[in-house]
Design a protein around this ligand. Structure first.
Ligand code: SAH
Length: 219
């Protein structure tokens, strides 16, 4: 068995339950989101040296100057996308990193595409998802600023890195009735919710946040 999936103390059900309690305390109420987070063993996705901190509600370094998202932010973003009990449907994640958020999304919808621009991170994500036997996520090595045209349109688009504006390709690849949530801004950042309706795009500015930048090109 993979070392990281085995039942060492710090990965115990109790440690994980405490993380869920903290998310509730911070205001996450969507039970399906909480259950999805509870179902994904986050310690598998972090460096072995940091595994004991995997269930703290903090971002942690992934290498390559990137971080694994804070569980609260993952929960908050997915909760916003699911507002009103909406199903996520076909979902595109930009910035897969080590694959953690993609694994959480896969608990909630059958169709997840996740794009990453750093090849070595993508390779890690593949290993991590395999380690937890999550085979539903389709990982792609690509610059997410151009979305992923091959499977468009998407009912849900979630972006894990901050751009100074909204990439046009992502707007185009959002299905009618779809929702996109992305961090925007180069200095101060905030979450921007974009809904595509028959009459056009409706934007709502939400929480202030801190994400790594959305970069161009492949590494
Ligand atoms: N979703 C991850 C968070 C990773 S951090 C998690 O669950 O923890 C954000 C990721 O976005 C980084 O891995 C970074 O390499 C990636 N990224 C930045 N710009 C990108 C781009 N243009 N296309 C695809 N991925 C990008």
């Amino acid at each position: 068995m993979n070392r990281s999936v085995s039942g060492i103390g710090m990965t115990s059900q109790r440690t994980r339950a405490r993380m869920i309690d903290r998310l509730r305390e911070r205001g996450i109420v969507d039970e399906r989101v909480l259950a999805a987070i509870a179902a994904v063993p986050r310690h598998v996705f972090v460096e072995e040296a940091l595994a004991s901190r995997a269930y703290e509600d903090t971002a942690l370094p992934l290498g390559f100057s990137q971080t694994i998202s804070q569980p609260y932010i993952v929960a908050r973003m997915i909760e916003v996308l699911r507002e009103g009990g909406r199903e996520l449907g076909k979902t595109l994640e930009i910035g897969a990193g080590c694959g953690y958020q993609a694994a959480v999304l896969a608990q909630l919808t059958g169709e997840v595409y996740a794009v990453e621009r750093i090849e070595l991170l993508l390779a890690k994500a593949k290993l991590n998802l395999r380690a937890i036997q999550q085979f539903k996520v389709r990982l792609k090595y690509a610059d997410g600023q151009f979305g992923l045209p091959e499977a468009a349109p998407y009912d849900t688009i979630i972006v894990a890195a901050a751009a100074s504006g909204v990439p046009n390709a992502l707007l185009q690849q959002l299905a009618l009735g779809g929702r996109m949530l992305l961090p925007v801004g180069s200095g101060d950042q905030f979450l921007l919710l974009i809904e595509r309706r028959a009459q056009g795009y409706v934007e709502t500015r939400l929480d202030s946040v801190r994400f790594v930048p959305l970069l161009s090109g492949l590494e």
